[in-house]
Design a protein around this ligand. Structure first.
Ligand SMILES: [Zn+2]
Length: 449
C-alpha cells in the first residue's frame, strides 16, 4: 500500500479549505478534529494497562503488497497492463535477534539489509484496459489471467500441489457456486468442485472459472482506469496467500503454526467484490485456533498493522493524552463517538469486510500502533451481540499480551510507528525490482516439515 502522499494529485496544489465558499460549507459539516484537552482526558480514561508477557513467536511472517498500472506505450495511455507484487518476509526470531547491536536501540543496517534480501515476492501480471489477453474480450481475458495465475506454480504449496485456487474450495467447504455467467450474465448456477474448475456457459459458451467467485473482473472496463480492480486483486490475493501458507504449515506441523505470527500491512479485511471471502477466512482461522487449543498449543498470532487511516489518525492526535503501556479496543461505540463523529452506520462495523478487531496500543517507549487481531469467533451471527463481543478484551486473552510483546520487540527508532518486518516487506514490495518467485519460497523446508 502506498505511503501517504505517494499518489499526489496531478493538479496543482490549491489550498481549498481557505476558500470562502468551502469555509461556509464546512461550517455546516461535522468531521474529525483534534481532541481538546478535556475530550482527550475523557477518551484516555477508557484505556487500560496492557497485559505483559515475554513470550515471543518463533517464526514471523510479514507481508505487504504493491500495485502498478502502467501504459504499455506512452503514446496510448489508455492501454494498460497491471502488475501486482505481494512481498513476504519470513524469519525465525533467533535470526532476527542479531539485528540489534547489544546495548543499542538501533537496528544494524547490514543485518537489516541481509534480512531484506531474504524477502520473497509473488508477482501477478494482469491485463488492464484495452488489453485483450489471448484474444478474448478485456473482462474475459482478465478472468482467465486471474484463474491461471491463482492456479499455477507461483502459489502452489507443495510444488505442483495446493494453490490459492484450491484454498478457495477449502474456505468454502469444498464447493463453490456462481449464480450467473460472468461473461453474458445469463442466469443458471455454475457449480465448482475440486478438479472441476472450469464450466462452459450454455448461452454464450464462455468459460466460467471458479476464481470468478472473487468477482474482481466486475470492475474491469474495456476503456478507462482499471487500477481499482488491480488494487482489489492485490488486497484479496495477499490475504488468501497468507491463509494458504498457514494451511500448508498446519497440515505439516501444528506446533510450527502455533508458534508463528502473521503481520499484515493494513487491516484484517477484504474489500469490494471479493469481500465475501472474509467470512470464510474468519472461520478458517478459528478452526485453526481450535485445533491448536485441542492439542494444548497456543493459537498463532494473526495481526494487521495500520500505519494510516482514520483509526491511526485519531490515535496520533490522542497520543499525548495516553499513558505509555496502555491499550483500548476500538468498539463500534468508540469508533462512532470519537473517530467517525457520527452515529454508527450499521449494527456491526465491518460486517461485510472485517475479520479482525482494531486495538490502539501505546508502547512503553511512547509509540502508537493500530493493530488488528483476528476475531476469536467462527462467524458473526447475531450482529448486535457480535458487535459487543468482538470488542471485549477478555475474548483476546490468548493473544493480547503476546501481540504487545511482539510489537515491543520489533519496534525501532528507524521505523516510526511501524515494526521492522512490516517496514522491510513494504520496502521490498514497493521498490525492489527482483522478479516474482513462488509462495513456497517464502518458507524454508524446516517450516514445512
Ligand atoms: Zn454466458
Amino acid at each position: 500500500m502506498p505511503y501517504e502522499g505517494q499518489q499526489a494529485s496531478k493538479r496543482g496544489h490549491i489550498d481549498i479549505v481557505k476558500n470562502d465558499d468551502v469555509k461556509k460549507f464546512l461550517s455546516e459539516c461535522t468531521y474529525l478534529t483534534h481532541p481538546g484537552d478535556q475530550a482527550g482526558e475523557v477518551i484516555a480514561a477508557l484505556y487500560q494497562q496492557a497485559p505483559v508477557c515475554t513470550e515471543l513467536p518463533r517464526l514471523v511472517i510479514a507481508s505487504d503488497g504493491s500495485t502498478y498500472s502502467e501504459a504499455i506505450d506512452k503514446k496510448f495511455p489508455s492501454t494498460q497492463v497491471g502488475y501486482v507484487k505481494t512481498s513476504f518476509m519470513a524469519f525465525d526470531m533467533g535470526d532476527y535477534n542479531g539485528l540489534v547491536k547489544p546495548g543499542s536501540q538501533f537496528v544494524d543496517p547490514y543485518a537489516a539489509a541481509s534480512l531484506h534480501n531474504r524477502a520473497r515476492a509473488v508477482a501477478f501480471t494482469l491485463p488492464g484496459s484495452n488489453v485483450r489477453y489471448k484474444g478474448l474480450q478485456v473482462q474475459d481475458g482478465f478472468r482467465q489471467a486471474v484463474y491461471e495465475q491463482l492456479s499455477d506454480e507461483r502459489t502452489q504449496i507443495p510444488r505442483g500441489g495446493f494453490s490459492v485456487k484450491d484454498m478457495l474450495y477449502h474456505l468454502e467447504g469444498g464447493q463453490i457456486v456462481i449464480e450467473k455467467c460472468p461473461s453474458c450474465g445469463a442466469a443458471g448456477s455454475h457449480v465448482f468442485k475440486k478438479g472441476e474448475d472450469e464450466r462452459d456457459c450454455s448461452s454464450c459458451k464462455a468459460v466460467v472459472y471458479v476464481t470468478d467467485s472473487l468477482r474482481i473482473h466486475e470492475q474491469i472496463s474495456d476503456q478507462g482506469d482499471n487500477s481499482s480492480a488491480i488494487t482489489r486483486f492485490m488486497n484479496a490475493v495477499e490475504h488468501l496467500q497468507l491463509a494458504t501458507l498457514l494451511k500448508a504449515m498446519a497440515d505439516n506441523s501444528l506446533s510450527t503454526v502455533s508458534s508463528a505470527a502473521i503481520m499484515v500491512d493494513g487491516p484484517l479485511a477484504l474489500f469490494g467484490q471479493p469481500a465475501r471471502y472474509h467470512a470464510s477466512i474468519q472461520a478458517f482461522y478459528n478452526k485453526l485456533f481450535e485445533r491448536c487449543a485441542a492439542a494444548d498449543l497456543p493459537p498463532p498470532l494473526i495481526m494487521g498493522l495500520q500505519k494510516d487511516g482514520m483509526v491511526m489518525e485519531h490515535a496520533r492526535a490522542l497520543s499525548s493524552h495516553l499513558k505509555s503501556g496502555t491499550f483500548c479496543p476500538i468498539s463500534d461505540e468508540y469508533r462512532a463517538k470519537f473517530i467517525n463523529g457520527i452515529a454508527p452506520l450499521t449494527d456491526n462495523f465491518g460486517h461485510e469486510t472485517y475479520y479482525g478487531q482494531d486495538f490502539i496500543y501505546k508502547t512503553d517507549s511512547g509509540r502508537i500502533f493500530d493493530l488488528c487481531l483476528a476475531y476469536p469467533f467462527a462467524n458473526k451471527q447475531n450482529r448486535k451481540e457480535f458487535s459487543r463481543q468482538k470488542a471485549a478484551p477478555q475474548n483476546y486473552d490468548r493473544w493480547l499480551a503476546r501481540a504487545f510483546a511482539l510489537i515491543r520487540h520489533l519496534e525501532f527508532d528507524l521505523y516510526e510507528n511501524s515494526v521492522v518486518p512490516v517496514a522491510l516487506a513494504h520496502r521490498h514490495a514497493s521498490i525492489s525490482l527482483s522478479p516474482g518467485g513462488t509462495l513456497l519460497d517464502v518458507l524454508t523446508r524446516k517450516h514445512l516439515s
